[in-house]
Design a protein around this ligand. Structure first.
Ligand SMILES: Cc1ncc(COP(=O)(O)O)c(C=O)c1O
Length: 388
């Protein structure tokens, strides 16, 4: 089980006005005291803010909280989760390098690996999340990074982080984990040897469906390279979004606890429903990696993935009949959201690629919100009955 998170204090970003929240520094640039100050900031002889594409007190606050929560050394904040994931590859790899990645990934991550990085001579091999013991066979001379998502979107595959960390150590690979579904409240991959951790802050970290954001945290030497890459290519998080995300982190543990307690109750109820073909949730003992999930996560997460009986017409009728639950492609919101991955988030994959990661026309991803769980269940059950 994940250890308790530590207390975070961010007094340093406040002005002299004794404001309780860190003020919003909505500024694109910062002033220099004199010509010498400008010169010394640009030559890294003095620390300080120059321009918000480089740094800003609000993004610094957000980054330092994420670094502390993830038990890592340093970080950089991005305009979206995908900007963070992409920078984790683009800043650290070069033509001729090879990535080993679990096949069960968020759709856009899969697109980057299959269609974008190959244009620059970076290749990937996809491995099965459930067969860690054979991954070694796919390591090549030029393999530089292992990229995993755990739990995965939307199939909720669980990757053994300890085994992955040991493999990366043995072969000198950068161990990169997308920790979006778990958040640092449920698991801290750095404790298992992860060198780099990416997040879509758009999801649970904001948690209220308001802003896009992303962050990469990890080892100093890697973040230094990422910072150089990001400062000059420009995917910086806006100060306003950073301010919101920093405030959101104050309620992240409470929200995660409620998302997870609602999710397990819902998963158990859905298991009993005869209209449901399958229910996947990391803390249900029917999950193939239940024991591992219990060991490396504090709770089972806020996502439940189900398969509904019937053809695509029935699935569409079910989605259309929902009244309380939102039809949207986001997740991690206070409000429950239902997504049909095959026609939305994972629609760019071929049918064969989807079937390799168990996404069928019947698959529905439920991002369980903070509403009364009986109301959530009732909406699902009513829609199942109406769509028969
Ligand atoms: C696991 C995972 N990683 C990355 C992303 C991308 O995040 P963003 O939409 O903030 O770019 C998502 C989005 O759903 C996701 O689920």
């Amino acid at each position: 089980m994940k250890k308790e998170t530590k207390l975070i204090r961010t007094q340093s970003k406040r002005s002299g006005n004794k404001e309780h929240s860190v003020p919003l520094y909505l500024t694109s640039s910062f002033m220099f005291d004199n010509a010498e100050h400008a010169r010394s900031l640009f030559s890294d002889e003095t620390e300080g803010n120059i321009y918000s594409r480089y740094s800003n007190p609000n993004t610094d606050e957000f980054i330092s909280k994420m670094v502390a929560l993830e038990n890592t050394e340093d970080g950089f904040a991005f305009s979206s989760g995908m900007a963070a994931v992409f920078a984790g590859f683009a800043a650290l790899l070069k033509a001729g390098d090879h990535i080993l990645a679990t096949r069960a990934l968020f759709g856009s991550s899969y697109q980057i690996l299959t269609n974008i990085l190959p244009k620059w001579g970076i290749e990937s091999t996809f491995i099965d999340s459930n067969s860690e013991d054979s991954w070694e066979n796919d390591i090549r001379e030029n393999t530089k990074m292992l990229f995993v998502e755990s739990p995965s979107n939307p199939g909720l595959d669980i990757v053994d982080l300890e085994k992955s960390g040991a493999l990366c150590k043995k072969y000198g690979l950068i161990f990169h984990v997308d920790n979006c579904f778990a958040t640092p409240i449920l698991q801290t991959p750095a404790d298992f040897g992860a060198d780099l951790i990416s997040h879509s802050a758009t999801k649970y970290i904001d948690g209220q469906g308001r802003v896009l954001g992303g962050v990469l945290v990890g080892k100093n030497n890697l973040i230094n390279e990422i910072r150089y890459f990001a400062r000059h290519t420009g995917p910086a998080l806006s100060p306003f979004n950073a301010w919101l995300l920093s405030k959101s982190l104050e309620t992240l543990p409470l929200r995660m606890e409620k998302h997870c307690s609602n999710a397990i109750i819902l998963a158990e109820k859905l298991t009993e429903n005869s209209e449901i073909l399958s229910v996947k949730y990391p803390f249900l003992n029917s999950h193939p990696k239940y024991e591992l999930a219990k060991n490396q996560m504090k709770f089972g997460g806020g996502i439940v993935t189900i398969e509904i009986r019937g053809d695509l017409g029935r699935i569409n009728r079910f989605i259309d009949a929902l009244e309380l639950i939102s039809r949207s492609s986001n997740l991690g919101d206070t409000r429950t959201i239902i997504t049909h991955p095959a026609s939305t988030t994972h629609s760019k994959l071929t049918e064969n690629e989807r079937s390799l990661v168990n996404i069928t026309d019947q698959t529905i991803r439920i991002s369980v919100g903070l509403e009364d769980v009986d109301d959530i269940y009732q909406d699902i059950n009513n829609s199942l009955l109406k769509s028969k």
